[in-house]
Design a protein. Structure first.
Length: 202
């Protein structure tokens, strides 16, 4: 950062206060939750005002527990929000395929095919429509990679309302209330009572 301002300093202070207050928090793993992969994927279109690139993000749950997540800048500039979201979906599907194969090697059978949740209607339409649109030629690899798996029923892609998009926290700034809601849904919680004394002693 070449020209830090007072606003940036305030943001850093807020971040440090949050880290201090949640230093002992961790992920809650639910025993006996169903073996199904649920994937929330999101993109922040042209979120970087310097180079106009977008950010892809996903959170993958096994049952009720997140087991993989990512937030990464896209390599090229997207021409539309649908294009940015589609690339984010392709990124998430690649990771989902890897996890599915890993679970198979561990002899863990999934109860259902993975479900991808996306809050962009245009993206969900393109994934489910067998017609290839000429305006998507420049992302043809991502387009066919995702759509073919949907057509083969190897995964489901459904629309989710933006208010229920759990990957939002990885692509954009949220209000305090939204952040608290997202963190709780991600399963980030304080340690259980029987471990608190041990943590505090450290």
């Amino acid at each position: 950062m070449h020209q830090p301002s007072h606003t940036h300093c305030q943001a850093v202070k807020c971040l440090l206060r949050y880290l201090k207050s949640t230093i002992h928090h961790g992920l809650l793993f639910h025993h006996g939750s169903n073996a199904t992969l649920h994937v929330y994927t999101d993109a922040d279109w042209v979120g970087d005002h310097d180079d106009r690139t977008s950010t892809s993000a996903y959170v993958i749950y096994l049952g009720l527990t997140p087991i993989s997540w990512s937030s990464k800048k896209q390599r090229t500039v997207a021409r539309s929000s649908t294009e940015a979201e589609y690339r984010a979906v392709a990124h998430a599907v690649a990771e989902t395929n890897w996890l599915t194969n890993l679970l198979k090697e561990l002899r863990i059978s999934l109860d259902n095919v993975p479900t991808i949740y996306c809050n962009n209607i245009g993206t969900t339409y393109l994934c489910q429509n067998p017609v290839f649109h000429s305006r998507m030629k420049h992302i043809a690899i991502d387009f066919h990679f995702v759509r073919d798996q949907v057509q083969r029923q190897q995964l489901r892609l459904v629309h989710v309302h933006s208010a229920d998009q759990l990957a939002d926290i990885l692509t954009k700034s949220l209000s305090k209330a939204q952040t608290q809601w997202a963190v709780s849904k991600l399963g980030v919680v304080p340690p259980p009572a029987n471990l608190r004394g041990h943590k505090e002693a450290k």
